[in-house]
Design a protein around this ligand. Sequence first.
Ligand SMILES: [Zn+2]
Length: 253
Amino acid sequence: MTHSTNTAVSVDTAKDVSSQCWSCGSMRAEHFCGACGRVQPPKPADYFEFFGLPPKLNLNVAALEKDFYELSRKLHPDLNARADSREQEWSLQQSSLLNDAYRTLKDPVRRTQYLLRLEGVELEEQSKSATEQARGTGEVKKQIVPPELLEEVFELNMQLEELRMQKKMGEDDPALLEEIGKQKLELEEKHDQLLQELQSYWKDWDSLVDREQSGAAVQAAERKQSLDKMVDVLNRRNYIRNLVRDVSEALEN
Ligand SMILES: [Zn+2]
């Protein structure tokens, strides 16, 4: 998809020449009319568009929050106890869209995942069929071990296996527990580092969007390369998160 018609404008001043207020007719309006304040019917928009933002990953979360609260107030269904039932309905729809959009965009990982989905990319984790298949057979879904973790994961799995055996036998090995706890801590650190790595790729993507919006051509391969880097980080990050969860479970059981 292209976002070449997007411009970065604040929600209050976002204008669309084709839309006029359904009630007073005179004002151009986005979510609500600037003149009479009536809520307007929702237009098909992705979450970025909803906030009048270009699909860029570095975004001003403070400004987003401010827009969110302002829109929340103006779109709130209760506020208006709308005489017009259509407006009541639009108000509900817009409020729910607003909440979803805000929740998704304010979070760095959700924002990135959302953008990837908009771009037609599916993460391993989000592949629905794979998840359902795994659930159906009761199998643990196989994930690709990030190469840099091969050794660690191998080691850790051996230790977890040992731990399970010991627990079965009613034995207690503080040294093993300590070792596993240490590895878990390292994995958690790595998990945090991967968020930083992810964020370091945002500017590449954002500059592609800027170029596109300025009318320059962006090659599909270049786009894909930028997206692939983020997918790779997210997949590795999900892998580690699942691993940490497995370790926690093994320690608790
Ligand atoms: Zn109006």
